[in-house]
Design a protein around this ligand. Structure first.
Ligand code: HEC
Ligand code: HEC
Length: 217
């Protein structure tokens, strides 16, 4: 897991503590664009396609938002920094990007509207759609999700093609980016396709993709 320096927390809250909740509410509302100019700090940046495939990235650091830190390990960081608890959470991208160069590396937004279905070991089915950042989350304590679980992601691309991506591996931890981050160190003997224990990590999982798959892959 990527470690976050403790000092990142302070600047996010330092300026205008009382005005922050109101400004944040405005940012997330319909006046989002006009607020960008008025807000003390911008949360989202437009990029070129060689920085982010989606051409948008998060620059709001630890500002509390459902669009924060796309591609990162939401569940673990929320535990560490007292954010809201999630049973499972992550980000879905519209491109295959094994190195994370135009997705997770640059805090890039993913795809909006992807349907994420988790089937827990006790048969409970959780379903939600990704937001504008490509982020999704299920509120609740991570421990309350019965393990191991199954995952399916469905998405309708801009040209109306339906994609359906499922995971062979059955993980026992809800923070998707614990494995879906290029360069993670795998647990010895933990292999893709297996049923995994809570602390087992598989290396080689791409940033989670759905949607158009480039030819040749
Ligand atoms: C670097 C650590 C970190 C990462 C990574 C992170 N968060 Fe957060 N998040 C926080 C903290 C801390 C808070 C609470 C901040 C506060 O209350 O001031 C928070 C708050 C939130 C909130 C509450 C927003 C609100 O309006 O109160 C949501 C929703 C959220 N995060 C979603 C996510 C999702 C989804 C991801 C992953 C794609 C994610 N976060 C990744 C640290 C993180
Ligand atoms: C313990 C490690 C681990 C965790 C945690 C994990 N995955 Fe995976 N995932 C993998 C591996 C390894 C593969 C590739 C082999 C396969 O299909 O099982 C994969 C493949 C996938 C795929 C198919 C390929 C792709 O990228 O579209 C999807 C979709 C997926 N995972 C979604 C998720 C979601 C959503 C979560 C979080 C709720 C998650 N995964 C959590 C290891 C993990």
């Amino acid at each position: 897991m990527r470690s976050i320096r403790g000092d990142q927390r302070a600047p996010a809250r330092a300026a205008g503590a009382t005005a922050a909740p109101l400004l944040l509410a405005l940012c997330l509302g319909t006046v989002y664009l006009s607020c960008l100019a008025a807000c003390s700090e911008d949360l989202v940046d437009e990029t070129s396609p060689d920085v982010c495939y989606s051409q948008k990235r998060w620059i709001g650091k630890l500002t509390a938002s459902e669009e924060m830190y796309p591609g990162h390990e939401c569940v673990g960081c929320h535990r560490e920094f007292d954010g809201p608890e999630f049973m499972a959470a992550g980000t879905i991208y519209g491109v295959v990007d094994p190195e994370g160069a135009v997705t997770t590396d640059n805090d890039c937004f993913g795809v909006e509207g992807a349907l994420v279905t988790i089937t827990a070991a006790d048969g409970q089915v959780l379903q939600t759609r990704t937001n504008r950042a490509g982020n999704f989350y299920f509120e609740g304590r991570e421990e309350s999700l019965a393990k191991p679980f199954k995952v399916v992601v469905q998405y309708t691309t801009d040209d109306d093609a339906l994609t359906y991506q499922f995971m062979n591996t059955s993980p026992s931890y809800g923070g998707c980016a614990r494995c879906h981050t290029p360069g993670v160190q795998g647990t010895p003997d933990a292999v893709a396709g297996a049923v995994l224990g809570p602390d087992e990590v598989v290396e080689g999982a791409y940033p989670i993709f759905t949607g158009p798959v480039p030819p040749g892959l």
